[in-house]
Design a binder for this molecule. Structure first.
Ligand code: CDP
Ligand code: CDP
Length: 224
């Protein structure tokens, strides 16, 4: 059965979206699209050029002239801006702290959403973010809203840090909760569970369990 569907995965920071989305895509031979990396790449670029989010017209103008490319990398997805691999640069604490402010800009969202919709036009895409099920791919055949307790999410992120850079678990928990608050509270396509999404609380689930659950939902779908 070669029928391919689109899978939308949304949820708060550290829920496991990108890890799981990538593994699900691998298992199904689908294409993985990490939309957060696009907002991060734009944020990295604007910080580098000292264009603050208040100057939304300028942000949009520069974003429209940026060439953003996503490609598969050894661990995760690589992001290129105007041909430069910026993947190692977009996960900094600076970008973490600013990305939600740029992500509130309506024109920027419209621009990135259009790129994302284009990437998913031929189906067989697993896309993760905040507004995929609600705005980017409202017709996705399978929508997952992935959550976990903020404690567990902070702990997962903490374990990722090779050197904590003086960052405590408590600080990380605060940072994450603050970003969630901005993402949930913004006016334009906030982080929200789509009405037709399946809620998956992964607090007590390990990675293979989550992957298996989503793959089996997908198989049910494509076999019916
Ligand atoms: O991986 P993590 O959950 O920390 O974040 P991410 O998925 O890389 O997204 C970074 C930020 O980009 C989020 O906190 C949102 O502010 C924004 N974002 C968004 O607004 N819409 C999306 N579809 C994806 C990300
Ligand atoms: O993309 P998002 O911010 O939602 O989360 P992530 O970056 O994919 O996952 C954050 C961390 O949690 C990674 O180190 C994953 O390996 C880990 N994780 C986990 O321990 N258990 C899960 N069920 C899912 C992710």
């Amino acid at each position: 059965n070669n029928l391919k569907i689109n899978i939308a995965i949304d949820g708060p920071a550290g829920a496991g979206k990108s890890t799981i989305a990538r593994l699900v895509a691998k298992e199904l031979s689908y294409i993985y699209v990490d939309t957060g990396s696009m907002y991060r790449a734009v944020t990295w670029y604007m910080l580098k050029h000292e264009i603050m989010p208040e100057f939304s017209d300028l942000v949009l103008q520069h974003a429209q002239n940026m060439v953003i490319e996503l490609m598969p990398g050894a661990d995760g997805q690589k992001v290129l801006v105007d041909g430069q691999d910026v993947s190692p640069l977009i996960r900094s604490r600076e970008v973490n702290g600013m990305v939600s402010f740029y992500a509130q800009i309506e024109g920027l969202r419209k621009h990135l959403v259009a790129l994302q919709q284009h990437m998913a036009a031929r189906k067989g895409v697993v896309m993760d973010g905040r507004d995929i099920g609600t705005t980017v791919l409202p017709d996705a055949e399978l929508k997952i809203f992935m959550t976990a307790s903020v404690k567990e999410r902070a702990l997962r992120r903490f374990k990722e840090l090779s050197d904590a850079q003086g960052l405590t678990l408590e600080q990380l928990e605060k940072d994450i909760a603050e970003r969630d608050r901005i993402d949930e509270g913004r006016e334009i396509s906030p982080l929200r569970c789509a009405d037709d999404a399946i809620v998956l609380d992964t607090t007590q689930m390990d990675i293979p369990q989550v992957v298996e659950t989503i793959v089996s939902y997908c198989r049910t779908h494509t076999n019916s």
